[in-house]
Design a protein around this ligand. Structure first.
Ligand code: UFG
Length: 339
């Protein structure tokens, strides 16, 4: 069965391609290489022994999306990762984010809606919950006003899919709300490749440990949490990738109970920034240089997933813990810096 993975050379996309190929799917990747590299294909081949079909394509170019779907009208499903994802950048470039994340989604859905088989998996985010009133956060928690244009594109994206599903009963879709994806494939053949100064915690930790950054700034030590630092649900990217395969299989086997479903993807365990650093120190045998500084604007205090729906309904749960994820991230960082 042929599956289209948009953004398939990106961080989560590439790991999902590997898991899809492991399950015997034929993968077609579309990527515009704006935040990825064609070299990622070599990593995918090194792990799975199979080279996926790749087309460099910009989903903002509607004509190209139309011709792609004409050529690949036999796709059994689409997993749509392609999007811009830097929260801070989105504040400065809102129109770029709306164009990159919304226009492309609309074009893909328009063309998918013309096919006989219409299965769609969407990359959403726990950012839609903002600071939830109750923890852990269940799928029933209300969506809060977005803190950034990036977050807004995920909320609007979900609305667009939901509205389309209402009038198109042939379209079956699942929105997956990720908590904090981290780590890399155990083989260190693929992983996260942040461009410039990393904005996210784990790449900043590993780049500090390898000597590329002087010191990690821990944003805020006076939050109302046990150790004063923010709490997040860090999920290993390989666990996350596997959830996409399970979600796709759910649609392919017509097991979905409605044509628009939402699942949280997290471990269910919250870890503070200091606990994340301790985990890194434990698995790397290093002592990370860090300093507690002022809070970062827009950070929620705590977010971790209620995993019951994903466990019971999707039949998926995480198998790897924070130490596994940190160890794999560290192995990857050492590999790409040739150390
Ligand atoms: N942090 C630091 N120092 C850093 C980087 C991060 O202390 O250099 C802290 C943050 O303050 C936060 C935690 O580490 O408490 C995690 O931060 P990340 O930037 O790694 O992740 P976020 O939880 O901020 O971001 C995630 C997703 C986004 C999503 C956002 C919404 O990566 O896609 O949640 O809350 F939009």
């Amino acid at each position: 069965m042929k599956v289209l993975v948009t953004g398939g050379l990106g961080f989560i996309g590439s790991h999902t391609v590997v898991e899809l190929q492991n399950e015997g799917f034929e993968v077609v990747i579309i990527d515009d290489l704006s935040n990825s590299s064609e070299d990622v294909l070599d990593g995918i081949v090194a792990i799975s022994g199979v080279k996926p079909h790749f087309e460099k394509l910009d989903l903002k170019v509607k004509e190209d999306v139309i011709s792609f779907f004409k050529k690949h009208s036999d796709v059994a499903g689409v997993i749509h990762f392609a999007a811009s994802k830097a929260v801070g950048e989105s504040v400065n470039k809102p129109l770029m984010y709306y164009e990159n994340n919304i226009n492309t989604l609309v074009y893909v859905l328009q063309e998918l809606s013309k096919l006989n088989t219409q299965n769609f998996i969407f990359s959403s985010s726990c950012t839609v919950y903002g600071q939830a009133d109750e923890l852990p956060i269940s799928e029933n928690a209300p969506v809060k006003p977005a803190e950034s244009p990036y977050g807004n594109t995920k909320q609007i994206g979900e609305e667009i899919i939901k509205d389309t599903c209402k009038i198109n009963e042939n379209l079956n879709s699942i929105a997956l709300r990720y908590f904090n994806p981290i780590g890399a494939h155990f083989s260190a053949e693929i992983g996260e490749l942040p461009i410039g100064v990393p904005q996210n915690l784990v790449p900043y930790i590993t780049q500090t440990a390898i000597g590329m950054r002087e010191q990690l700034s821990v944003f805020g030590g006076d939050y109302p949490t046990p150790d004063g630092t923010c709490i997040r649900d860090y999920i290993h990217v390989v666990d996350l990738a596997k959830a996409h395969v399970v979600a796709l299989q759910r649609l392919l086997e017509n097991k979905n109970v409605s044509n628009y479903e939402v699942f949280n993807l997290g471990t269910g365990t919250g870890s503070s920034v200091l606990e994340a650093i301790q985990s890194f120190d434990r698995v790397s045998g290093k002592k990370l240089n860090y300093k507690i500084v002022d809070r970062r604007e827009g950070d929620v205090v705590a977010a971790y997933a209620e995993t019951k729906k994903a466990n019971d309904v999707l039949g998926w749960k995480t198998e790897l813990n924070l130490d596994d994820a940190m160890a794999s991230a560290w192995k990857w960082e050492q590999k790409i810096r040739n150390k």
